[in-house]
Ligand binder design. Sequence first.
Ligand code: TYD
Length: 225
Amino acid sequence: MAHRGKFITFEGLDGCGKSTQLERLAQTLRAQGLPVVVTREPGGTSTGEKIRNILLDSSTIGLAPMAELALMFASRVQHIKEIIQPALNAGNVVLCDRFTDSSEAYQGGGRKLGIEPILDLHRILCEGMQPDVTILMDSDVAPSIERARRRNTKHPSKNGSPEGDENRFEQESRAFFGRVRNAYLAIAVREPERVVVVDARGSPDETQKKIGDIVQRRLKLVAKE
Ligand code: TYD
C-alpha cells in the first residue's frame, strides 16, 4: 500500500503520557507547515467509537479474549478505510494513538493469546499495513497504571462510563501490564527499523525532545512551500 503521507503511531502502557506527547508532536509539525491528522484506536470513526465504548466500558463483563481481539480489528479496519488511508493518500502526516502493536501487546501478551493470531489478522484484515515509524514510550508499570487510574477517575466521561469508573483494561493486574510491556519490548527487538523505544520516565519536556529528534531524523519531514 504505497502512500504519499507519513504514518506515525504511538504505543505504550496506559498512563505513560502518550496522548500528551502525541498532541505536542502534532503542534510542532503543524508549526512547520505540515498537514497533520490526529486519531486514535480503538475508535477514530463513528463506528469505531461505538466499538470503543463496548471495549472500554467496565460493565462489559465476560468478553472472551478472542472477541475482544476481533472488536479491536473491526475498529481498525474501519479506521484504515475511512480515515488513515485517505489521509495518507492526501499527503498528511497521520499521528495515531495506538495501532496493531497494541493488540499484540494487550491481547497477545496481556491476555496470553500469543502473537500468531494478531499477525495473521493484521495480514488478512489490514493488508499488512505498517507505520513508517512507531514511537514506543517505555515506562514502569506501577506508576503508569496509577496515573491512568487517577486520570480516568478525574475525567470519567472519556469512555462514556459512569462517573468515577475506570476503563476495563485499567482494572487489570500488574502482572497483566508486565506482560503487555514485555510484549511491546519484543516487538521493538523484532522490528528495530520501524519501532523506536523512547524512555518516557523523564519529564514531559525531555520526552518531547527525544520524540521530536527521532521523527525529524527518521522521516526527514519537509513542509511543502
Ligand atoms: P485509552 O483510555 O485510550 O487508553 P490510553 O489513553 O492509555 O491509550 O484506552 C485504550 C485501551 O485499549 C488501552 O487500555 C489499551 C487497549 N487496547 C487494546 O487492548 N488493544 C488494542 O488493539 C488497542 C488499540 C487498545
